[in-house]
Design a binder for this molecule. Structure first.
Ligand SMILES: Cc1cc2nc3c(=O)[nH]c(=O)nc-3n(C[C@H](O)[C@H](O)[C@H](O)COP(=O)(O)O)c2cc1C
Length: 303
């Protein structure tokens, strides 16, 4: 498994630039980081929050791919060109987001319901952009069977890679990712593939590579949120607290008291690496100020 590439999955509100930077600095950079999605806007190029995410200075620690969420080719092209101006050579299309507010607009995994429109979209962006373009997809919106046709469409374009989270949009995060869908994709894809989904602990990562020998990359989200040292091998508590303290300090520096919300969101995952997880999860949920938060951290550090 020495030549395996590990990617950090984009997670809106969680894998922020501050998280990615601290992660890369403490645990050593993963092979690729993806920004949570940015969207094209009518009147301006980026929102303030998006500028923070994509500023090259904020992404200097690791190879970062900005992710775009849209179903409009002109918006995608405009945004990708702006990202190219900033120095990015690669962008990623989000056709995986299962959130209702996104899918009802025919975006994210909702775009998979309209394969013909998706085909036209890809044709437009590939003929108008001179950049690496990858796609992060689910297996379909409702049924795994949708994937066969979707893969025929993806096969028409020279994707940098096709990242597959083999659930359907309607699953949200329920049910299991389908390794059968992935197996078929391996057989039929003309593009390089990257698997994503539920590789929560080392044992599962190992199982994946045993099941699919020859795979050379995987994308991991929640597993790294629970244990940031999952793939670097440094999963000792001392490194974890160095990472935590760094992250907490950076958040306070950049967003002040709102650091509390970002840290709490992260602890939703991280707490599962600690004994008495339920008890501390509850304590953390109740914290209202940074002082409360510091108190819970003191207790956890003594665990
Ligand atoms: C809170 C949260 C936010 C997410 N935000 C994004 C996003 O902005 N773009 C995206 O492509 N996927 C997003 N995802 C999906 C993840 O990138 C990933 O596909 C999913 O969590 C499955 O991988 P995992 O089991 O390794 O976590 C998000 C997932 C979660 C739980």
């Amino acid at each position: 498994m020495t030549d395996v590439k590990y990617y950090l999955a984009p997670m809106e509100g969680v894998t922020t630039w501050i998280y990615r930077r601290a992660h890369a600095q403490i645990y050593g950079p993963l092979n690729k980081y993806f920004t949570p999605f940015v969207e094209p806007h009518e009147k301006r190029t980026f929102k303030k929050k998006e500028i923070d995410e994509i500023m090259p200075e904020h992404n200097a620690e690791g190879y970062t791919v900005p992710q775009i969420l849209t179903n409009k080719p002109d918006g995608f092209i405009r945004l990708a060109k702006a990202l190219k101006e900033l120095g990015y050579q690669e962008v990623n299309l989000n056709v995986g987001c299962p959130s209702k507010t996104v899918t009802v607009k025919g975006k994210g995994s909702g775009f998979l319901e309209y394969p013909q429109v998706l085909d036209h979209f890809l044709e437009e962006i590939f003929s108008n952009l001179d950049m690496k373009i990858s796609v992060k997809t689910r297996a379909g919106m409702y049924e795994h069977e949708e994937f066969e046709h979707l893969l025929e469409i993806y096969n028409k374009y020279p994707l940098e890679e096709l990242i597959i989270h083999p659930r359907v949009g309607a699953d949200f995060y329920r049910n299991e990712p389908s390794w059968e869908v992935y197996r078929k994709a391996r057989k039929n894809s003309k593009n390089p593939l990257c698997y994503n989904g539920d590789l929560f602990v080392k044992k599962y990562v190992q199982k994946f590579f045993e099941e699919f020998p020859g795979e050379d990359r995987v994308m991991i989200g929640r597993g790294i949120m629970v244990n940031p040292g999952l793939v670097s091998g440094q999963d000792d508590k001392e490194t974890f607290w160095r990472f935590h303290d760094r992250l907490y300090q950076d958040y306070r520096e950049h967003i002040g008291d709102n650091a509390l919300y970002r840290m709490k969101e992260l602890w939703f995952y991280q707490i599962h690496s600690f004994p008495d997880a339920e008890k501390y999860a509850k304590k953390l949920r109740k914290t209202k100020t940074l002082l409360d938060y510091d108190q819970v951290m003191r207790e956890l550090k003594n665990k």
